[in-house]
Design a protein around this ligand. Sequence first.
Ligand code: PAF
Length: 296
Amino acid sequence: MSMRIVRTIPELRALLKALREGGSRIGFVPTMGYLHEGHASLIRQSTARCDHTVVSIFVNPTQFGPAEDLAKYPRDLERDQVLCQKHGATVLFLPEPSEIYPTGFSTFVEPGELGQVLCGAFRPGHFRGVATVVTKLFNIVQPDLAFFGQKDLQQTVVIRRVVRDLNLPVDIVVAPTVREADGLALSSRNAYLSPEDRQRATALSRGLLAADAAFRAGEQSVAALLALAQKELGEVDELQYLELVDAHTLERTADPIARTVALCVAAKVGTTRLIDNVLLTPDPEAVQFLSHLDAD
Ligand code: PAF
């Protein structure tokens, strides 16, 4: 099936209405482009479960702070198109900023406390921008299922809460983080890393995986697990946070670890800000997967 490229909301709505009326189940993978194997895995999950998969590429200005990388965010539309088509997307939505934020736009979705902890403390307004654009995209696409990567764990928690609080009729699926062979979580921002910084960037996943291994071997102390991860993180230039939080509420966890928790890290390597996380669950069966955990 060839892939349709759509740039306007009315055109997309008309196309999807026809597909929906024909009985198709619609899957949605919202992205900011510069796609990698992590996005590809989301597209494949969607095509496996849905009749049509819509991928959006929109570098959303409202989720970038004034000193952040909006202007230099990496782009390669030709490569992205090939990747979407290869993995079975049937619709590619490429709106201009004025299509999403017309003159006079003034309504935002404010995620509250969930958007203020972890990354939110370092990126004020970021999750308000994410919650707003994702809500808009859900209203435009009206998907049955929407797919997100676990690498952005806080984003998935915020989006699940928005969906619940605003009664949005969509099911959220969270897919496991895809990693390079040496453990580095795939991210469009990895493109910023110099070869030397690329080496040091493995400190994040090494720290998380060391704690994960200890947890699976029976270590239950939050302090001990954090110390193990911290040991590997000496090579980063700025450790912004390393926290063990409840995977549903993002509240700091205490001993003993009774629910599924996430060990989350954000650090700068050179000038590049990277994030990563692993889930630690007292019941290994339950890690299959966060997508099945109830957001309540
Ligand atoms: O994860 C991303 O790429 C973005 O935050 C998203 C969900 C597409 C919203 O702009």
